[in-house]
Write a protein that binds this ligand. Sequence first.
Ligand code: PLP
Length: 358
Amino acid sequence: MTIAPRPWVNDIQAYRPGTASASEDGSMASNESPLGASPRLGTALAEAVSRLHRYPDPLARELCAKLASLHGVHPDQILVGNGSDELIFLLSTAFLAQGGHAVCAEPAYQIDAISAASVNARVTRVPLTAWTHDLDAMSRVRADIAYVVNPHNPTGTIRSLAEIKAYSESGAAGLVVVDEAYIDFTEDPGAMTAIPLIDSGRVAVLRTFSKIHGLAGLRIGYLVAGRDVIGALRKVRAPFSVGTLAQAAALNALEDTGHRDAVREHTLRVRSELTSLLAVHGLHAVESHANFVLVPVPDEAGFVAAVAAHGVSVRPGSALGAPGTVRISVPTEAGLALLAGALHHVLPVNHLETSDHR
Ligand SMILES: *Cc1c(COP(=O)(O)O)cnc(C)c1O
């Protein structure tokens, strides 16, 4: 090689994706929507196809207007990105490059640490306490950006709006980025969201269309923040990163509230069934407010391999910074049955060593 990466790039631990399962129902590794996208998506995309010879609207104005009215903010307080991951990288470029400092939990969402490391920022990781963000310990770290994933990934735990408000007011971080990728799966998303805190100038909120809206393959998310933050990010972004199809799909997703409600209802119900199923087998999931559960298991690699043999793909916790656990995304009804069958065969081997092992 005639050119070498910057020295800090060599130290980055590249993102480790989940492995797709052989079957749709067996896919429980990546927190995707078990019910897919809105059934009206095809029509919305077909209509947008006629505009594909044109560049997309770089500011996604129609979508921003719709999101602004949904959240009670001004369109200038929203930036749409190529997935929320792009927005996390933009935050690093604008606020962390060349000597910045980010604080996040340990374990954290991988992208938060990778994006900060990519611009040679310092990253302080604060261990979770009882699987939740230790905001007291985080408030003792002075940082430019603090990442609070709420509900957290990979644990599914939450901090209250009051706790996040108090943390942002501690002034420890220049900007608290609250990643609400899973907020729709909490008991009361309207009361949970940190969007009302953005006017303080200390809080920004990330949202995605990848989870409840089932558009992970299309890549679209958004940030809600003060005008200054949005203005800085607009300067460093690639102007056409969010394509015409993604904008059309997101608009359709916001209009199809029936599908969104169905995904939410399914997720909450099957999450509780999944938790009960695991408990029957002696496994106690961390109480989750997201579309997945984190489960401590005696033999992580053994569990992952054993359910894989039954067509079920789950995420090994050690790939997510939580060794000794597995993360299981809320599946379809058929997926839950598949998992039940797998556990029936697997657990006597791994845990109970009983004679009913067939
Ligand atoms: C899934 C997820 C996202 C979504 O990222 P996209 O780039 O929008 O697909 C963001 N944050 C967290 C913590 C997630 O788990």
